[in-house]
Design a protein around this ligand. Sequence first.
Ligand SMILES: [Zn+2]
Length: 69
Amino acid sequence: MYKKLCSRCMCMSYSSSNLANWLCPHCANDLTEEKAKKVDHSINIPLMNRRLDQQMGINTYRQLSKKIR
Ligand SMILES: [Zn+2]
């Protein structure tokens, strides 16, 4: 697991390998030449899962509020 900090939008992105072309998921900036930092799974996977849960919660909330309107 690797992470890179986008120099354009300053968002962190994550990938399982740093060999392939690497585009920022937030602004599509090409991060292939940026230095990748290795990520310790035991620390970051639960954090990422929590963020994913939060995002899914937000999406569910948005869908619900659309139905109400
Ligand atoms: Zn970016």
